[in-house]
Design a protein around this ligand. Structure first.
Ligand SMILES: Nc1nc2c(c(=O)[nH]1)N[C@H]1C(S)=C(S)[C@@H](COP(=O)(O)OP(=O)(O)OC[C@H]3O[C@@H](n4cnc5c(=O)[nH]c(N)nc54)[C@H](O)[C@@H]3O)O[C@H]1N2
Ligand SMILES: Nc1nc2c(c(=O)[nH]1)N[C@H]1C(S)=C(S)[C@@H](COP(=O)(O)OP(=O)(O)OC[C@H]3O[C@@H](n4cnc5c(=O)[nH]c(N)nc54)[C@H](O)[C@@H]3O)O[C@H]1N2
Ligand SMILES: [Mo]
Length: 769
């Protein structure tokens, strides 16, 4: 058998310190950044703009390689100003890579696209606000505008943003969650009546077993590795379910431990490591439940089931009729492997289950997450210390955004609260999520796109479709820190509105402002920037939103005094206190350095479901784990014309979503390139393909569109046969717009049916810096 590509023996350790210092020192503002790094996640510092993992209460400095990269990326001295845009037209910029665009530095002044010249040109803030207001006020209905949000916006900015959209008259609030943990919110709401995880960081100290499904914390939540390492060291069992052998889940060296930092020593993390096929987790978890029900009666917590749940008999029936053969085929795991994991689950007193994108970006993600919940309800692993459910969120404040009302489907209670306080009616009918917003733009039903952060053009699926949809907008407004692909999606009119980042001082009329954020454990705390703003022409997100609202709605009786809210964010927090459950006394509570925990009903065994009970889900396993839109895939493989693979698109170690920091993926042994395709060597040999050979990848969908990406270099890797992996966003062109999760409408970024062919001319140079 061909040799597998070499990857490191352990994650973390000195290499991670070295790597982050490389980024810090190259950031053109090294001194500020070192100062910044010492303040990150401190009780009086700023919240790390990296991931949503929570902080320990001690507020001790915790080194995090990728947190350091996120901080260094924001604090650079390079700027993108009017001279830059005079030099490059939008057409010229469109030829540049995503990496190049963001590397040019921080956006430093407001700019407007000039259709005649094809360049962005300077515009005053007041003119920019007037332009947006005039356009919004000229639309036939407010539903012709889309208000996108990415998960870094603070609670204050996102609260004002949703309030503005609703005062204006629409629930069109698509957000990055729609492409991320949407399925978690839906599944958890259905099953336990609250769309959030039920554990807090301390629970990790008490758990006897931690299951990690479809998540790569070594790269994407490095501070979670400290919790896993601590747990493994005291003898708890960590069981990983991952399509790939991610090195950090095998062995991790803590940069906090002098021995592990400086010697080859490392902690073994996973007690058991299972590598299911893409989309196979639901079958695997069903198998675990089947084993427990049939062989470990003592682990079935009948009193919990009786007291707290409904639909148990339906669930038992489904378990009974699901046979092991189907479970093994769909999961790609053997009955013995699944049994071993089930025994750990059944025999551990306290169990936590974590999951992320490997679970949420599939066709049947909602059912898969409910299957995880089923297992916890079956065994009563909920509502006690050290046990429960932990969807590990992505962006640092993505959970807070949702709590603040960035939701295209607001609950009736949420709108009731707004109506009671503001003494006016708000629209209740659902607005657009990302999928619907893109379709509305494509059909020219929506005419204005406003984005509070993010990079929708690169993050959304079906790149061709998404580009055209965004270019259809008559006005594209991007509130951003750095230049990206979304700014180039302009055909008629567009604005780039440069904002302050999390690390910067935000001074308003009432003085230095703090903002608040919520982490994945529902902890809310304050964050204050510390660096001088990159440019005097950058405004805070809250300020920009307030001024758009003021320009559009005025401050007459039927509106609000938006500008006074911006002058003092404590006033925004007063609105939050009065309209969002759980935020009473917010202004006082954030004076406590570590912040406060939002109440979680399910963690207290109170179920906000219609029946007031937690609900077992008795769905059958899916017929196929890939999207319906690919019935053609079956036809192709049936005719044996070509092997149909299932591809997952994932993150490298040197990127933050669409932001590419560098071309290495150290933990997978990749250096200097991103256009790589991880393949099982046996699959490659069957197609007569060799390591490093270039291939073109074509996805399959029955809408007769060709979706293709070219020149991907093969990497022989430990990956289940029939599965492939490649980086996001390079492979986004392959995800058909219609290929979305059932109920969640999340793009199926982790199960894309594709076929491969050798690239014709092998002389094409690999993508490089
Ligand atoms: N440094 C850094 N930090 C980040 C981000 C970043 O880009 N860079 N992004 C942030 C955001 S928005 C998010 S949502 C999170 C993302 O965090 P992750 O969910 O860890 O991100 P992905 O890279 O998409 O990794 C998915 C993991 O699931 C596995 N997987 C894929 N499909 C399956 C499957 O069907 N079954 C199983 N069992 N495993 C599967 C993959 O092999 C991979 O290890 O990270 C956040 N933090
Ligand atoms: N194929 C595939 N597609 C995916 C995924 C996948 O795994 N595979 N993952 C999906 C997931 S989980 C997510 S969350 C989305 C991410 O989608 P987005 O949230 O839209 O994308 P990001 O890359 O996080 O956004 C980066 C941009 O945000 C801006 N920015 C950074 N910090 C700030 C700030 O503080 N304020 C403001 N206003 N702007 C800021 C910068 O200009 C930067 O260019 O992508 C999704 N798309
Ligand atoms: Mo995400």
């Amino acid at each position: 058998m061909s040799k597998l590509h070499k990857k490191p023996q352990k994650a973390g350790g000195f290499a991670s310190v070295q790597s982050s210092f490389k980024h810090v020192l190259q950031s053109h503002r090294a001194k500020d950044n070192i100062k910044n790094l010492l303040r990150v996640n401190q009780t009086d510092g700023f919240d790390c703009p990296g991931c949503a993992w929570g902080d320990s209460k001690e507020g001790k400095f915790q080194f995090c390689e990728n947190g350091a990269k996120a901080v260094a990326w924001e604090a650079t001295n390079k700027i993108v100003d009017s001279a830059f845009f005079a030099k490059y037209s939008v057409k010229q910029l469109a030829q540049k890579s995503d990496y190049w665009l963001e590397y040019q530095g921080r956006l430093a002044e407001p700019m407007r696209y000039n259709k005649q010249t094809g360049h962005y040109e300077p515009i005053s803030w007041q003119q920019a606000f007037k332009l947006i207001a005039d356009k919004l006020n000229s639309l036939e209905t407010p539903h012709q505008a889309e208000f996108y949000t990415s998960g870094r916006a603070s609670n204050e900015a996102s609260y004002l943003y949703q309030l503005f959209a609703r005062f204006y008259g629409t629930n069109n609030l698509p957000d990055c969650s729609n492409m991320c943990h949407e399925a978690s919110g839906i599944a958890l709401n259905k099953a336990i009546g609250v769309g959030k995880g039920t554990v807090v960081l301390n629970d990790f100290d008490q758990a006897n077993a931690i299951f990690v499904f479809g998540q790569n914390p070594g790269t994407n939540h490095p501070r979670m590795m400290n919790a896993l390492r601590k747990s493994a060291k005291k003898g708890s069992k960590i069981v990983s379910f991952n399509n790939l052998k991610e090195v950090a889940l095998e062995k991790f060296a803590s940069p906090q431990s002098p021995t592990e930092l400086l010697t080859p020593a490392a902690t073994q993390i996973s007690h058991q490591y299972l590598t299911p096929k893409l989309g196979g987790d639901m079958a695997a978890i069903r198998g675990m439940a089947k084993y427990i029900i049939e062989n470990e009666p003592n682990a079935v917590n009948l009193s919990f089931i009786e007291q707290h749940t409904q639909a148990f008999n339906d669930y038992l029936q489904t378990i009974k009729i699901t046979n092991w053969a189907t479970i093994e085929i769909q999961s790609g795991l053997s009955q013995a492997e699944i049994t071993q994991a089930a025994k750990v689950f059944a025999n551990s007193e306290r169990v936590i289950s974590c999951w992320a994108m490997g679970i949420t970006q599939h066709k049947h993600s909602v059912d898969t997450i409910q299957e995880i919940v089923n297992l916890h309800l079956l065994t009563g692993q909920m509502g006690k210390a050290g046990a429960g459910l932990c969807p590990v969120r992505g962006h640092s404040n993505v959970q807070g955004n949702r709590t603040m009302g960035i939701n295209e489907k607001p609950s009736a209670e949420f709108i009731d609260n707004l109506e009671r306080y503001f003494k006016r009616a708000f629209i209740r009918e659902a607005g657009h999520n990302v999928y619907q917003a893109l379709k509305a733009l494509a059909q020219k039903q929506s005419k204005v796109l406003i984005a509070l952060g993010g990079n929708l053009a690169a993050a959304a699926p079906d790149t061709d479709f998404t580009y055209k949809a965004m270019q259809n907008a008559e006005l594209n407004v991007q509130i951003s820190t750095k230049l990206n692909r979304s700014h180039l999606m302009v055909s008629t009119d567009g604005l780039i509105l440069p904002c302050l980042g999390r690390t910067e001082l935000d001074v308003q009329q009432a003085g230095l402002q703090k903002i608040t954020v919520e982490d994945t454990f529902s902890m809310v705390h304050a964050s204050t920037g510390m660096s001088e703003p990159i440019s005097k022409l950058c405004l805070s997100e809250t300020d920009i939103v307030a001024q758009i609202a003021h320009a559009t709605l005025g401050n007459n009786k039927s509106s609000l005094d938006w500008l006074s809210l911006r002058d003092d964010y404590a006033k925004v927090r007063v609105l939050i206190e009065n309209t969002i459950d759980g935020f009473k006394d917010l202004n006082q509570k954030i004076e406590q350095p570590a912040g406060f925990h939002l109440h979680n009903s399910a963690a207290n065994l109170k179920w906000n479901t219609p029946s007031k009970r937690a609900r077992f889900n008795a769905s059958q396993l899916p017929q196929s784990v890939i999207s319906d839109c690919s019935s053609q895939a079956k036809a192709i493989s049936a005719q044996n014309q070509q092997t149909v693979f299932v591809l997952q698109s994932l993150r490298s170690h040197d990127q933050y979503n669409t932001t590419v920091y560098g071309m290495d993926d150290r933990y997978r042994g990749i250096k200097g390139k991103r256009n790589v395709l991880f393949i099982n060597p046996k699959d490659a040999q069957a197609l007569n393909l060799t390591e490093e050979q270039l291939v073109d990848i074509q996805s399959i969908c029955n809408d007769n569109k060709t979706r293709q990406v070219k020149n991907f270099s093969l990497v022989f890797y430990d990956i289940p046969a029939g599965n492939l992996a490649a980086y996001y966003p390079e492979t986004n062109p392959l995800v058909p717009i219609e290929s979305v999760g059932i109920d969640s409408q999340t793009p199926t970024s982790k199960s894309i049916p594709v076929i491969l062919k050798a690239t014709e001319s092998q002389s094409i140079k690999l993508q490089s810096l």
